[in-house]
Design a protein around this ligand. Sequence first.
Ligand SMILES: C[S@@+](CC[C@H](N)C(=O)[O-])C[C@H]1O[C@@H](n2cnc3c(N)ncnc32)[C@H](O)[C@@H]1O
Ligand code: SF4
Length: 461
Amino acid sequence: MKAQVREEKKQYEFVSIDTASPCNARCIFCFNDWANIKGAIMPPEVFQKTLPLLDMTGYDGFYVSCLFEPTLNPDFCRILQMMPESGRNKAFFTTNLVKKLSDEDLLAFSKANLDHINISLETYDQALYDRLTGTKGSHFYENLERLGVLAKENGMKLRLITMILKSNIDELPELIKRAKNELSPVRHELRTPYYFKASKEQMDIAESELLMRKELDVKGKALLNAAGDDDNIIIDLSNDLESFVKKRSEDFDTHVTSFAERPGSANFRVRIESDGTGHFGHRIETKELFDLHDIKDPKQYFNDALIRLQALEASNYFLGELSEKKKSLFSFAKKKEKGVAAFLTFPVEVSDLRFPSSLDEAVLYDGRFLHISGWEASSAKNNVASEERLFLIKDKERFLAFRPFSVKRPDVASALSDESLENSGFYCVIDTKGLSRVEELSLYCAIISGEKLTAFELASV
Ligand SMILES: C[S@@+](CC[C@H](N)C(=O)[O-])C[C@H]1O[C@@H](n2cnc3c(N)ncnc32)[C@H](O)[C@@H]1O
Ligand code: SF4
């Protein structure tokens, strides 16, 4: 390997937990489909089993509560107190503050030493609040005021989330200023609603509250003005009525992108429901489900799962190895869509030709999974639709083949003033289990053209 190999420990991108899955509100914009949600409360002893995950995730990565309403768990304060001090700065929760909260509760929230607390704030108008949240004269404003004071006293950071809707958009410039004065949020995110999957009823309501692109362009300006140059205010105007209607006419589910459409390192996520069941997701398709009740040693389980997930990710890049019987032939089961495996054989021709290339980064995760990225000009130069770019790793006498992802590299194209290098980037993950030391491996870029496979040793420029 030419590049310096950096060693890292893989972490989960984030762990999203819910400790209570009912909700005491019915916000008209909410993406939750309540008809299909069974409310469950997670007891503290089950939550205890999620705690090893604190060490396996990074900054802002541990969602103590995410999709539902945590204050409905009668043990929520105890749950917060169970968290080890050392990991609390990675954690946060999101609440609607609708339930009447005692001074003790609010004090416990403000002293929990979490990274922050997210609060949903749609309007300062009580009647509109009731209509938008499906509540009646709730304790929201009173809770908000008391928590604001306690958070300041105890150094707890608050973040706000505000939906941008037809009903409240005219109030939002004023709301931004008032919230800033009264609550000093470290972040205030204003967003147009998005949906993962929506019932007919949700869709109908969404259509009445989403703004058209033209309206967002005009009224959005007032929001941007109110935000001024305050970087803590984030305004997301991306979801308009037109795109929602278009999406609605298709199937929401079809928007799940496949692994092959997501180049780059997979970010593994853990999702844990309030009934203790869970799964791993995002950027890697795995059917593995778990139930915390059945897991005896969660630290071991989640550590092992990270290795399994990485092995699964790497298997998406691996094609096969040189057939031992025909040493001069390179053969591999060509993994194809629809599960059909066509067996191909090629003579390997190692070429002395040198193309400009660069191995920008090589990171070895958990001593086993090698992520390489960079660019190379051979396939870009010979950019013919029928050609395929592979990587070969030579380990002692055998070749192993991998299919890298292509990555756009406009920076390379512009630095070398060569437009053909626009698609010269690559990303590949290699499971080195059973191979020699990473430093002893040779890396080749191989181009299959027709019946011929030519391998070029990947050189640094
Ligand atoms: C689903 S809620 C759960 C937490 C809590 N019940 C609350 O509302 O604060 C999490 C956050 O998502 C926001 N949210 C709800 N529906 C949304 C949607 N359709 N699009 C974007 N954000 C949404 C809420 O305003 C809230 O800030
Ligand atoms: S409070 Fe949160 S979870 Fe409950 S309905 Fe509103 S957005 Fe959804």
